[in-house]
Design a protein around this ligand. Structure first.
Ligand code: SF4
Ligand code: SF4
Length: 350
């Protein structure tokens, strides 16, 4: 994974004329900002100095709940290297062939300049709109710019990035299904960060720590993460037990404070041993391992939610393999537009 360096010289910087009070995010068109006087406007890419759409902060990738965790330092937001900076237009550019439509970059743009098309392709609004462009980026302009970005992040963002449907998920899932395994952990980690967690991914090559990642939700729930895109999900649940033991003995984290989760691409089939093993672990060890899919996490993100794994919310087992119900309550979407058993995202395929 490339480490994005933001030290690109800007030829211009955008300053907003008036601070909006809310930002309405929508599918198929750039976000609309609303001002105090009731008027609305679209605002194009601001050419940020530290583009949130492209890089995480150190705090986001370092889960300080576990000190000295061997954390991978990659700060690239795009988990599949589909984003780069176009120095000619001073804005991000997307390699559509690589993009998996996860929506992480879109969700992080503070002004709604990035948006999804109906087909789930990411676009950038480069229309100058309601900004004063071509400001020479001297230090005072940079300061105003940075302070405006800080304010914009705090402004309420409402609306849905992307509506789920069979066609959309079929298209979106085509790429992760065949993607190089080097991207798997980045997809899991970056989705968790976009969903409001701090998440540290194990440094590549560190075989001593073993777990794929650790997370800390915005409400203080901590846990180990195993990320499994293949069919060997049973191995992932065994790995979780290993992770719990390592975090207990080496880092002093009691297993009761470890709300571990498996992130899989597709839920294991009903007859696979996974579900029974998860149930057995709960019965014998009193440990409830959560299970969530990549598509489920994307669905939360597209609907403007954060991940709140409190009270073992994502615990599924042999008696209940229904992620749909949980996501429906979390997002407030009563009828999720994805057919039953489709791609194993909301419930097992068979
Ligand atoms: S797309 Fe958004 S976050 Fe990215 S540089 Fe433009 S304004 Fe900044
Ligand atoms: S939608 Fe996801 S995969 Fe596509 S460019 Fe953005 S971060 Fe990368």
């Amino acid at each position: 994974m490339r480490i994005f360096k933001e030290s690109v010289d800007r030829k211009r910087l955008s300053i907003i004329n008036d601070m909006p009070i809310s930002i309405d995010i929508r599918q198929s068109s750039p976000g609309r900002v609303r001002f105090k006087n009731g008027s609305t406007s679209q605002i194009g890419c601001l050419g940020c100095i530290n583009p949130r759409c492209m890089s995480f902060s150190e705090q986001e990738i370092e889960c300080d709940y576990v000190s000295s965790f061997p954390c991978d330092k990659s700060i690239g937001v795009c988990p599949v290297d589909a984003l780069s900076w176009d120095i000619v237009i001073d804005a991000p550019t997307i390699d559509i062939c690589k993009c998996i439509s996860c929506g992480i970059c879109v969700s992080r743009c503070p002004i709604g300049a990035m948006y999804f098309s109906e087909q789930g392709e990411v676009h950038i609004n480069s229309n100058t709109g309601y900004t004063e462009k071509n400001k020479i980026p001297d230090s005072s302009v940079k300061d105003i710019h940075l302070s405006q970005i800080k304010q914009l992040i705090k402004i309420p963002h409402t609306g849905i990035l992307l509506n789920a449907s069979d066609t959309l998920f079929e298209r979106v899932y085509k790429k992760p299904l065949g993607i190089d395994s080097k991207y798997h952990n980045f997809i899991g980690r970056n989705l968790l960060i976009a969903l409001g967690c701090k998440c540290s991914m194990r440094r590549i090559g560190d075989v001593y720590t073993r777990m794929d990642a650790i997370y800390l939700s915005s409400t203080g729930t901590f846990g180990a993460i195993e990320i499994e895109f293949g069919r060997d999900t049973l191995e992932a649940v065994r790995g979780i037990l290993d992770d719990i033991a390592v975090l207990h003995t080496r880092y002093g984290i009691h297993r009761n404070n470890n709300k571990a989760m498996v992130i899989c691409l597709q839920l294991p089939n009903e007859r696979q041993g996974y579900w029974q093993v998860v149930k057995d672990i709960k019965s014998v060890e009193k440990i409830k391992i959560g299970t969530v899919t990549v598509g489920g996490l994307m669905f939360l993100l597209w609907n403007g939610c954060t991940l709140k794994p409190e009270n073992d919310l994502y615990y599924l087992d042999y008696d209940n393999m229904d992620l749909r119900n949980i996501l429906s309550k979390e997002t407030g979407v009563a009828e999720i537009g994805l057919s039953k058993r489709k791609l194993g995202i909301m419930e097992p395929m068979k």
